[in-house]
Ligand binder design. Sequence first.
Ligand SMILES: [Zn+2]
Length: 175
Amino acid sequence: MNDQPHPSSVVQPTEELLQDESSAATAYHEAGHAVIALSLGRSVEKLSIVRNSIRLGAVQLGKGRNGRKQDYFEIEALILLGGLVSEARYTGEYNWGGAQQDLRALRRLSLARVDTEQKAERLERRLLGKTQHHLDQPGHWEAVESVASELIKSKMMSGRAARHLFDEAMKRFHQ
Ligand SMILES: [Zn+2]
């Protein structure tokens, strides 16, 4: 869910370093979506940081939901913001451009709830805070780090593997 096009492929001395940095940031972005989804009872089909012409990486979510009380809107919003927030925690700054697609999807959801752009912005700021708070919950950030480092190594992973790393991180905090 990261749609920032990659810079042109003109060969420059620093290109490889830049790519490494951007793929690590992308891994944190996708891991953020996935961990928030898993923590809110959503399933994840697969994750990828393999670049193509339209996106840097992707998380494919499963359809299943369990009986969480949290409402659908909030779950979707936190998952969408999870990429931006997680990536920012890793790089130290918000990559608004790289999260454009996520933010557009969020705005569509918000505008189904409130009637003006201004109210939507206010709502989204509150949701951004909630997303940060959610990643502060015990085990969540450790799970992001663990999924991201596996993604950096393997470039792709199954939802099952992500679930396993998530469960491991949670176990370390709840035993
Ligand atoms: Zn995204």
